[in-house]
Design a protein around this ligand. Structure first.
Ligand code: ZN
Ligand code: ZN
Length: 402
């Protein structure tokens, strides 16, 4: 009977393929709203959004997730402020990978206490819609979606809705907060355990590039290498074409002035601003060739030790959660290979110097001049070349358009 059929399959009676497409498109839209609106705009202020687009995103998130902008923003800012400590709401290193991976939504619920919202939730929407609808009636959105999908797709609509409900807590919260601090590759040695999961970041809309993000949290673009792709940034560019988005930052912009020799205030500021890239360059251009050279001439025992040398010498273990095995292996390696020990002290000294927030700029400049002079007379060709190029760093005269 037709009425039974339409009650079971809904007004549209969609095929299985149509329902899979609906799930795919709607979850992608939700992920886009999470990364562009909640994460890059609300939590980090890395881009501005047109008010109409912002309202559409807020509405969509209310309808498909019931998530609250202020709570999400506050918890996320707290995560950056206290990454990998007891205060970090979702560090897998501190709270365990299983908890963060499987209980993403629960963590957000229990962490959004009044004092956290007060302290970290500044600048989030506080209009009539937020006060009267989105915050007090957060469940109404997702229940409306269920009713709509049952009407359109019938009983199978319940399955479509269930997948949509599980998607964000698992993929956006669990995978990024859990695995993004658990395994993957690192472009930069920041003081937490953040990793990039894959270079082609399309599955969770660019959020896979979590190490890049922790390095440059105020950048609207999460890819940094030519071979990395950030789907969230592609969305932002598209919105920008229509005048709906304006990126405010894409990370530090530093110039290289060929032939420049003097280390002035500009050189110091440029090197400090871009210190993660400077140190990554040191690893790739000075440390890596040295490790390869040592491996070439080493005996079997030392060659075995050198297999992990690059990682041991370039990885910065966050204080408080440093891996003891890592430290012991590094100490043994440095005892056995004096050349690497020498380069490692240059690296440690430069890292500390560029990270020094205290002391005057003049003091840092003098220490940098001294470091560069010693590096240039070290007799290590790659180090000499690196030091020479460090002199060429400068702040751009005018900020390039984004
Ligand atoms: Zn993180
Ligand atoms: Zn963030």
């Amino acid at each position: 009977m037709p009425w039974i059929e339409s009650a079971f399959f809904g007004l549209l009676a969609p095929s299985l393929l149509t329902m899979v497409l609906v799930v795919f498109v709607t979850t992608q839209l939700t992920l886009m709203c999470v990364t562009v609106y909640l994460h890059r705009h609300s939590a980090h202020r890395s881009l501005e959004l047109h008010p109409t687009l912002k309202h559409m995103m807020r509405f969509w998130l209310w309808l498909t997730t019931g998530m609250n902008t202020k709570a999400w923003t506050a918890i996320h800012r707290k995560h950056h402020a206290f990454a990998e400590t007891e205060e970090d709401p979702h560090s897998p290193i501190v709270h365990g990978i299983h908890k963060v991976l499987w209980q993403g939504a629960e963590i957000y619920r229990t962490s959004s206490t009044d004092d956290v919202l007060e302290k970290f939730g500044a600048g989030t929407p506080d209009d009539w819609l937020e006060r009267r609808v989105y915050t007090p009636h957060s469940v109404v959105g997702i229940v409306s979606l269920l009713v709509l999908e049952v009407l359109l797709f019938g009983i199978p609509g319940i399955a479509v809705w269930a997948v949509q409900m599980a998607w964000i807590p698992f993929f956006a919260a669990g995978i990024i907060n859990g695995l993004g601090h658990w395994f993957g590759y690192r472009n930069f040695e920041v003081k937490d355990k953040s990793n990039n999961l894959v270079p082609l970041a399309v599955f969770v809309c660019g959020e896979e590039l979590h190490n890049n993000h922790h390095t440059y949290p105020n950048s609207a673009k999460l890819s940094v290498k030519p071979w990395e792709f950030d789907l969230g940034w592609a969305w932002i560019r598209l919105f920008q074409v229509f005048g709906l988005a304006q990126p405010l930052s894409t990370g530090p912009v530093v110039d290289r002035v060929p032939g420049k020799e003097g280390i002035d205030r500009d050189t110091v500021l440029a090197a400090m601003n871009d210190r993660f890239r400077v140190m990554a360059d040191f690893g790739r251009r000075v440390m890596l060739p040295a490790v390869r050279e040592e491996s070439r001439k080493a005996d079997r025992f030392t060659r075995k030790q050198l297999r992990r040398a690059y990682k041991l010498l370039t990885r910065v273990e966050p204080p408080g959660i440093a891996d003891e095995k890592h430290a012991a292996r590094k100490a043994q390696l440095l005892r056995n290979v004096p050349t690497l020990s020498k380069l490692s002290s240059y690296s440690d000294e430069l890292r500390r110097l560029l990270a020094s927030g205290k002391g005057s700029l003049e003091d840092v400049r003098e220490r940098l001049i001294d470091w560069v002079k010693r590096a240039e007379s070290s007799g290590v060709e790659t180090l000499q070349e690196f030091a020479k190029e460090l002199r060429q760093l400068a702040l751009p005269k005018t900020a390039p358009p984004i």
